[in-house]
Design a binder for this molecule. Structure first.
Ligand SMILES: [Zn+2]
Length: 136
């Protein structure tokens, strides 16, 4: 059985350790959309050992903090669905009032055409901030 998130990184790698990785997702109209992907096959957060669950959420909140600092979004959406993959993962999505779907979820009905607001060096800037906070 092939698993997409075992076979591929699942985005542009920004940071990783032995347990999880943070990738940047290229989504038209969105900038700084990150996913935190648990590397082992674990379907639910409550399947993780306590320490692993704490680690996972610490990483998610560091991503949120970094994105808030660098992009000053109007809102951050955190979502964990995982209906298509056996890997626990969190979407961390900076949202802006003029993004393509606001105030709907990014998977909802499109509201308008949005512009990508990120700069070319954004992945490097996010990666640097993540490393400074997570590599301790
Ligand atoms: Zn897998």
């Amino acid at each position: 059985m092939s698993c997409e998130l075992c076979a591929t990184i699942g985005g542009q790698l920004l940071w990783e350790d032995s347990r999880c990785r943070i990738v940047l997702i290229q989504e038209p109209g969105y900038s700084g959309y990150c996913r935190v992907i648990w590397k082992a096959h674990t379907a639910e957060m409550t399947d993780l050992a306590d320490a692993d669950r704490v680690h996972c959420m610490r990483v998610v909140f560091v991503v949120e903090a970094v994105l808030r600092e660098l992009l000053a979004p109007d809102k951050v959406n955190l979502a964990s669905l995982g209906n298509f993959t056996p890997h626990v993962h969190w979407h961390v999505i900076p949202r802006f009032h003029d993004d393509p779907h606001f105030p709907q979820p990014i998977w909802g009905a499109r509201q308008r055409n949005g512009q990508i607001t990120g700069t070319a060096d954004l992945p490097d800037r996010i990666a640097r901030e993540l490393a400074s906070r997570l590599d301790v």
